[in-house]
Design a protein around this ligand. Structure first.
Ligand code: HEM
Length: 141
């Protein structure tokens, strides 16, 4: 009797806190697949924090402040693994930023380092899909 009540209740709580599904942060209103919109709604408020990707001391040299993100992402190899490229225009699956945001690779190989944002909350897949579309459309400036 007891477990019949507990199990759905736990599932409900897990669903509510978005565990394991990247359901933390709801997609920003009005996010569209342009760099300006992704910068204003994702890079600046979520990534470009001090100690993370804000300022000259950004992690792995990946500064994601407005005016810096394009030059630090497009066709730039990772200093951690030069075989990986942060953003490959027209190729979201092989772009490191997508692998880091989704926490997985299309070939199921382990991702480089941690899933981003580091220690979460992770972005909703619908938000990541907008970034995927920007890259699939050529990652225009
Ligand atoms: C959605 C926002 C974020 C994005 C798009 C992002 C993206 C990335 C990418 C692409 C890398 C790999 C860099 C490379 O090797 O070339 C990286 C590394 C890293 N990021 Fe972030 N990041 C985000 C948020 C954060 C936040 C908020 C923190 C700090 C709490 C953080 C801390 C780090 C650290 C420590 C590394 C190096 C270790 C690793 O690769 O796991 N990031 N990030």
């Amino acid at each position: 009797m007891r477990s019949a009540i507990a199990t759905p209740l736990v599932a409900l709580i897990l669903a509510a806190c978005g565990a394991g599904s990247g359901g933390g942060q709801s997609p920003p209103q009005g996010l569209v697949p342009t760099l300006a919109s992704i910068q204003a709604n994702v890079f600046t408020p979520i990534c470009a924090k001090s100690g993370c990707h804000g300022g000259a001391m950004a992690q792995q040299g990946l500064q994601l402040d407005a005016g810096f993100s394009y030059g630090n992402l497009i066709n730039v190899a990772s200093p951690q693994d030069p075989n990986l490229t942060r953003v490959i225009p027209f190729d979201p699956d092989n772009s490191l930023i997508i692998q880091k945001l989704e926490g997985r690779r299309f070939d199921n190989a382990p991702i480089l380092g941690e899933r981003m944002p580091d220690k979460g909350p992770y972005l909703q897949q619908s938000t990541i899909d907008v970034i995927r579309l920007w890259i699939a459309n050529g990652a225009q400036q």
